[in-house]
Write a protein that binds this ligand. Structure first.
Ligand SMILES: [Fe+2]
Length: 258
């Protein structure tokens, strides 16, 4: 199992504060069945700035520590990049870490309280550079909650979404859980990730989420979510059509307009 989003690189953001905590969190990840993990500290969000080279160095050091502690987890350097007007310049200057080595998939965070006006244009500009934005936790974005057609629009435009496993199993409350289910039903979710920060609350929950997905959507659907995580980290095509096909009828019902 691959986790594309977590904050367990020690001491770089609001996730794990130190190596000891990170090793402990990595052990929880392994107990959940996670074998590979993209480390995605917050970047350019107005609070944290985790430069590409520094993340690479720290990831290498963390990998060495994991080996020394006999934790069977392979980690890759990444960033959770916050949407900002500076993003295109940062990409041009090679300051951004993508989810894959071919610089195709960009782990992109929107503010929680809205979808900024310039989002659509920025996404389009990224896509015209051959980049596929992976919009993280749309299920917790108040702008998408108020107007889900915006999410439909971005996915139709070719963006991918990543849903937080803990949202799906109710860690952020019933409202977020329900919206996560609706996004999945509408065929607008592609992959789960943990977005793990700590031991309590914002933990992994990947095993629980996949168990629930299998129950609600079937084994094949859950497999697609797992395959998509692998495709994203390898820079390959994600599976879109099959998800849309499986839930076409439900999507039409939920997204009344479409
Ligand atoms: Fe995150």
């Amino acid at each position: 199992m691959i986790d594309l989003h977590c904050h367990i690189l020690p001491g770089v953001d609001d996730g794990s504060p130190d190596l000891e905590t990170s090793i402990g969190l990595a052990k929880v990840a392994v107990s959940q069945g996670i074998t590979h993990m993209l480390l995605t500290p917050h970047h350019m969000d107005g609070v944290y700035f985790n430069a590409k080279n520094s993340v690479i160095e720290k990831t290498n050091a963390f990998q060495t520590a994991l080996k020394a502690n006999d934790v069977p987890l392979t980690v890759f350097p990444g960033q959770e990049v916050h949407i900002t007007g500076e993003l295109l310049k940062a990409i041009e200057q090679d300051q951004i870490l993508f989810a894959d080595e071919s610089n195709r998939y960009l782990i992109l965070e929107l503010p929680h309280n809205e979808v900024p006006e310039y989002t659509s244009k920025l996404l389009f500009n990224l896509q015209s550079l051959g980049i596929t934005p992976v919009l993280v936790h749309p299920e917790r974005n108040q702008g998408f909650m108020a107007d889900p057609s915006k999410l439909y629009g971005f996915v139709s435009q070719g963006c991918v979404t990543q849903l937080t496993a803990s949202s799906y199993v109710g860690v952020f409350g019933e409202h977020v859980q329900k919206f996560t289910e609706q996004i999945i039903d509408a065929g607008l979710g592609f992959v789960f990730a943990s977005d793990a920060h700590n031991f309590k609350g914002r933990n992994f929950k990947m095993a629980q989420a996949f168990e629930k997905l299998e129950k609600q959507k079937g084994v094949r659907f859950a497999e697609i979510y797992k395959e998509n995580a692998k495709s994203i980290i390898n820079g390959d095509d994600v599976i879109l059509g099959e998800i849309h096909h499986i839930h076409e009828k439900k999507r039409k019902k939920f997204w009344g307009l479409f």
